[in-house]
Design a protein around this ligand. Structure first.
Ligand code: G
Ligand code: G
Ligand code: MN
Length: 409
């Protein structure tokens, strides 16, 4: 990455004329480090190269062979950490949908351009790029080895942060979601996107989940003793549901900690297709019978789908942040939100909206009678010990947020 100079830009467009025009435009507005590719495969090779990986990709959507949408998914597989600008001659509607996809993939989107791209518009979007934005540095590619992760588990290097889930109607704190981090002795706080997949692929996810569960139960008990009745949500990976002993483990440790099952929410994402769905179904049904709350996580993204709702007794549905943030201003996002919400309500599930980042997101949820909200607008994930202090601040804010509007306003 070029931290002090201008960013390296890669243009992906099958049209040779467009490549030339865009390169000239970019040079004219002060971006000389530009390369062009006319197909996705070549672009991915450049993403993979250590020395030449781009900071920004300008991507056309409609290309023969690998189209832009497929390319976006491949970017995630190739651990692309840079930013993106979408360019297309397609309709506004298609661009909006592509934009949602990019966000769901967690790629930093600087903007969308309709062809023909206007230099001024391009300059504005490129100005959004910062070399120090979290996507570019904090999550810098750092591949951890299985051994390192195994060592971390044995040395108890995991820490848990908790993010509040609040009722939209009255602002009341309903519960928290436990989010694991790795306190790395050399690299500092590492986020789960850099180690959960490794744990899943190498048989360490059971040990990881057990540690998180035990720590979260311990914290839940402490809050309970302090008079705070909170639901504590834990993320469960599909791999955890391969072994039938999982239900016993959860039941036993909840009892040992003295936390009632209905205070424990198990958030499940379908991370990959199960070859045999019987074990997960049996485990989840048993846990449901024991009154643990089951939640379907990241609903609406490719990972959690309608087919899961069939058979498993979920109590809660979490709408992915891609279909929450921005819903007030974007009809496509709103449409997917409404569809997910309607489905959840028909199945008598509680609806939690993730990724509530601003007042507009909150207002949208209030207007649409969403049950619970979670996101940076309410609180970032925090150490358990900080929660009491946050509650003090939140109570004042919550009162203002949920005050009925006076007739004059
Ligand atoms: O804040 P955040 O970066 O923590 O979380 C990123 C992703 O990691 C989320 O999708 C979340 O579901 C997942 N995650 C966080 N904690 C855990 C955990 O303890 N187990 C599993 N399997 N996933 C987790
Ligand atoms: O388990 P799940 O996929 O829901 O993980 C929650 C993830 O979302 C965590 O990485 C958490 O840090 C992140 N997160 C929580 N609130 C917000 C938010 O308001 N905006 C964004 N972009 N991410 C959020
Ligand atoms: Mn979750």
């Amino acid at each position: 990455m070029t931290a002090t100079s201008t960013p390296r830009i890669l243009i992906l467009d099958d049209d040779a004329f467009m490549l030339t025009v865009l390169s000239h435009t970019l040079a004219n507005i002060g971006f000389p480090h530009v390369t062009g590719c006319d197909n996705g495969h070549e672009a991915l090779r450049q993403v993979d190269s250590d020395s030449d990986t781009p900071d920004i990709i300008l991507c056309d959507l409609n290309m023969p062979g690998m189209d832009g949408i497929e390319f976006l998914r491949k970017l995630v597989d190739h651990h692309y950490r840079g930013s993106l600008i979408l360019i297309s001659g397609e309709s506004e509607r298609l661009l909006q949908t592509a934009e949602i996809l990019v966000r769901a993939h967690g790629i930093t989107l600087l903007g969308c351009l309709r062809k023909p791209a206007q230099p001024a518009e391009l300059a504005t979007q490129l100005a959004n790029w910062t070399p120090s934005s979290p996507a570019n540095t904090q999550h810098a590619p750092q591949i951890y080895s299985v051994d390192e992760l195994r060592h971390a588990l044995n040395q108890q290097q995991l820490v848990i942060h908790y993010q509040p889930k609040v009722a939209v109607a009255n602002g009341q704190l309903v519960g928290v979601e436990a989010l694991v981090r790795w306190h790395h002795p050399r690299d500092g706080l590492i986020y789960p996107d850099q180690f959960i997949a490794i744990a899943e692929e190498h048989g360490l996810i059971d040990q990881l989940t057990q540690q998180v569960l035990i720590a979260a139960l311990d914290q839940a008990r402490k809050w309970q003793d302090a008079g705070l009745e909170l639901q504590v949500a834990i993320n469960i990976s599909m791999e955890n549901l391969a072994s039938l002993s999982f239900a016993d483990f959860v039941t036993e440790h909840a009892a040992r900690a003295g936390v009632a099952p209905n205070q424990i929410v198990l958030e499940i994402t379908e991370s990959r297709l199960m070859s045999d769905a019987r074990a997960p179904l049996e485990i989840l049904t048993r846990l449901s019978l024991k009154r643990f709350r089951l939640s379907i996580d990241d609903f609406g993204t490719g990972n959690s789908t309608f087919s899961q709702l069939y058979g498993i007794p979920f109590d809660e549905l979490k709408i992915d942040r891609a279909f929450v943030h921005g819903a007030k201003e974007n009809d496509t996002i709103a449409a997917i939100f409404h569809a997910s919400y309607g489905l959840a309500k028909q199945l008598k599930m509680e609806v939690v909206a993730e990724g509530v980042e601003n007042q507009a997101d909150w207002d949208f949820l209030a207007k649409n009678a969403c049950d619970q909200a979670q996101g940076y607008f309410i609180a970032r994930p925090m150490p358990g010990a900080d929660l009491q202090h946050w509650i003090q601040d939140w109570q004042t804010r919550a009162r203002q947020l949920t005050q009925p509007l006076s007739p004059s306003s």
